[in-house]
Design a protein around this ligand. Structure first.
Ligand code: FAD
Length: 494
């Protein structure tokens, strides 16, 4: 496709995506590559993206990042899951935790045992059998041996960028401040040759990583890659973000509170709280959404509310010619399950695995795009699940979501689970136990359970369920308070 070996990588954009790409490439391939990052002080980063999922720990271990230093620098805390309030029905909630619920047997997942226990009135809430959920609601945290407690983080997005910038510069990344105003293409191959800055400077490269956020200057602006719109399945198209002071110790989970036309997030950090609403502009005005947000926050407002408009969907290709789109330039699925930073890291790691040092091969490009699309579609379906399955009929928005046609693979998962309680993870997709937690949490209770459960006597089943809860509660009781752990392990000083 292009036999030119890749010696120089140009990263356009210095948000979370740009600096994550710069840090990973420089740390792992910096000895063989020249890496330049261009960002404009005139164009702000999106400034949100503060809740993560546990996969970030793998990215950090690849970069040999020290967790305590990282949390101090980003004012971060631990996150054990997301509490979904008013989603199943007004006044009800459930917590989607990062752990595994109960104990499976070879033929049937724990949900089958729980279903029979529920039928007999001897099982409590599904989440009570998950250590991470119990620790989250009881505000407990510690590092357990063998990753016994699955966790992620809440971080200050701006500080995370600065933290990664220092790692990148330490490993040789050269940062150029300036506004890109032209992307030059090779006339015969259509490959990107250089970026021209407003001051006339020309930045040439062999491989370009588009991290220019929603502007997508390279992948779309120059290469016209095309966009697949998913907004008919995920109707929210707007968000408002603002920060407030903390009024209490941070809880180790994200709060997601459903409103009549979307939902609100609350992401506590060590010193402040990130807040926002995500909504569909067809069902509520910006003014009304902001008023609701302001009525449902605690603490003093620290920042001007910012309205962010977005389009849900994905670039048709994430790697096109000699350009790889990473971050918001590659598309966006709303932040309900905090998956965007995960997709940034996935694209970076995938690129590292398929790094085209000898020149760009179409087979690599096609494989990269196919893997990326699979990951995105499965996560998209998981997010749609929250909107499609619930018992809310109290507003036009929720009625619309309940009646909406969902992608067929999701419809099949819902049918299978409803009928038999069965759920299977496909091709190493991102979410596993989560499907079950969210389906049950959203109120989808299967009509039957696996017959193997009946091999246990009623008494054995009662003991089995009680034993799991006993162990979990015993473990949670031994752990310190989340805020005490933060104070001792990673309190930020600035
Ligand atoms: P940006 O932050 O927009 O950075 C773009 C960069 O490009 C900037 O440095 C800018 O200066 C530069 N640039 C643009 N144009 C030019 C130009 N002409 N010349 C030079 N430089 C230029 N993700 C999560 O994982 N968890 C969350 O909780 C979460 N919450 C979110 C909430 C909302 C409302 C939204 C909209 C997104 C959320 N995300 C979340 C997504 C997350 O914010 C992004 O994936 C992440 O911040 C990466 O953004 P980015 O680096 O791609 O783009």
């Amino acid at each position: 496709m292009n036999n030119r070996s890749v010696k120089k990588v140009v990263i356009a954009g210095g948000g979370t995506a740009g600096w994550m790409a710069a840090a990973a490439l420089s740390k792992l391939l910096g000895k063989h590559l020249e890496i330049v990052l261009v960002e404009s002080d005139e164009i702000a980063t999106v400034g949100v993206g503060e809740a993560t999922i546990p996969t970030l720990l793998y990215f950090h271990s690849l970069l040999k990042i020290n967790e305590a230093e990282f949390l101090k620098a980003t004012h971060g805390i631990y996150k054990l899951g997301i509490n979904f309030e008013n989603w199943r029905a007004k006044g009800e909630d459930y917590l989607h935790a990062f752990g595994v619920t109960g104990q499976d047997c070879w033929a049937a997942g724990f949900q089958h045992f729980w279903l029979k226990g529920r039928e007999q009135g001897i099982a409590t809430e599904f989440g009570d059998y998950c250590l991470e959920k119990v620790c989250a609601t009881e505000n407990k945290f510690a590092h357990l041996p063998q990753n016994g407690l699955n966790y992620a983080y809440h971080i200050d997005a701006t500080r995370y960028g600065q933290f990664l910038r220092s790692i990148s510069e330490e490993h040789g990344v050269y940062r150029i401040e300036g506004k890109i105003n032209k992307v030059n293409l090779n006339q015969s191959s259509g490959f990107i040759e250089s970026l021209r800055l407003q001051n006339g400077q020309l930045i040439e490269g062999d491989l370009f990583i588009d991290c220019t956020g929603q502007r997508a200057l390279l992948i779309e602006g120059a290469l016209h890659t095309g966009f697949e719109d998913w907004s008919h399945w995920l109707p929210c198209d707007s968000a408002i973000a603002l920060q407030t002071t903390s009024v209490k110790a941070p809880v180790p989970y994200t709060r997601s509170i459903a409103h009549d036309w979307g939902w609100q997030w609350q992401i506590p950090l060590q010193h402040r709280v990130g807040n926002g609403v995500v909504y569909s502009s067809k069902f509520v005005s910006d003014e009304e959404a902001l008023a609701t947000l302001k009525n449902n926050i605690e603490g003093d407002i620290l920042t001007e509310p910012r309205v962010i408009k977005f389009r849900t969907g994905t670039r048709r290709k994430h790697w096109n010619k000699n350009c790889v789109a990473v971050g918001l330039s590659s598309g966006f699925i709303e932040p309900l399950e905090s998956t965007s930073i995960h997709f940034i890291q996935q694209s970076i790691v995938r690129l590292l695995r398929m790094f085209p040092q000898q020149g760009i091969e179409q087979a690599d490009v096609d494989e990269f795009n196919a893997q990326t699309m699979f990951d995105l579609e499965s996560t998209r379906d998981f997010i749609i699940l929250h909107y499609a399955v619930h018992n809310r009929e109290d507003s036009a928005f929720w009625q619309h979501c309940r009646r909406m046609q969902v992608p067929e693979p999701l419809a099949q998962r819902i049918r299978l689970f409803k009928q038999s309680g069965r759920v299977f993870r496909k091709n190493n997709e991102l979410f596993d136990d989560s499907w079950m937690q969210v389906m049950i949490g959203q109120g989808l209770i299967p009509d039957s359970y696996h017959p193997i459960v009946d091999n246990m006597s009623d008494d054995e089943l009662a003991k089995f369920l009680a034993h799991i809860k006993h162990n979990i509660n015993g473990m949670a009781n031994q752990l310190p308070e989340h805020s005490a752990f933060i104070k001792q392990f990673c309190a930020s000083i600035d």
